[in-house]
Design a protein around this ligand. Structure first.
Ligand code: RB5
Length: 150
């Protein structure tokens, strides 16, 4: 399974651990940058790159990282079909896959440690969407996109 990974300078601190964790879980990583914590870059650019890869099907899932995880998740969520969710603990990570079918996980490099990121990525990646009533609710989100997205 291909997983797109992208971050800004604020999320870069987590990137190597996230890539290593996903690789150990059997994922093939598509690295969309950035490549340093030392150069200030714009998180929407990297959120969009990952979101596009997931939305067009070239990657099954994505992980995005910025300082808080929030800005880059907001950017990713502007792409139709993307359900990007910030998780700061393993419970949020597991349930955003089980209930929201989150196809992009967002992490904050200034919020969590690399050790926490590893556990969160594992919880999200290994969980499965439950479907049923949750599928109906996700379909309601799709309907909102139909109404508001071109
Ligand atoms: C960059 O300084 C910071 O604003 C960004 O990484 C992120 O936290 C935005 O949501």
């Amino acid at each position: 399974m291909k997983v797109a990974v992208g971050c800004d300078h604020g999320g870069y601190v987590l990137k190597d651990r996230v890539v290593a964790t996903l690789t150990a879980l059997g994922a093939e990583i598509v690295d969309m940058g950035c490549d340093s914590a030392d150069v200030s870059v714009d998180y929407p650019e990297f959120g969009l790159k990952v979101a596009r890869a997931v939305a067009d099907g070239s990657c099954a899932l994505g992980v995005v990282m910025c300082g808080t995880g929030i800005g880059i998740s907001i950017a990713a969520n502007k792409v139709r079909g993307i359900r990007a969710a910030v998780a700061t603990n393993t419970f949020m990570a597991e349930f955003t896959r089980r209930h929201n079918n989150a196809n992009v996980l967002a992490l904050g490099g200034r919020v969590i440690t690399p050790d926490e990121a590893e556990a969160i990525v594992k919880a999200w990646f290994c969980a499965e969407f439950e479907g049923g009533r949750h599928a109906r609710r996700v379909a309601m989100i799709d309907s909102i996109e139909d109404e508001y997205f071109k």
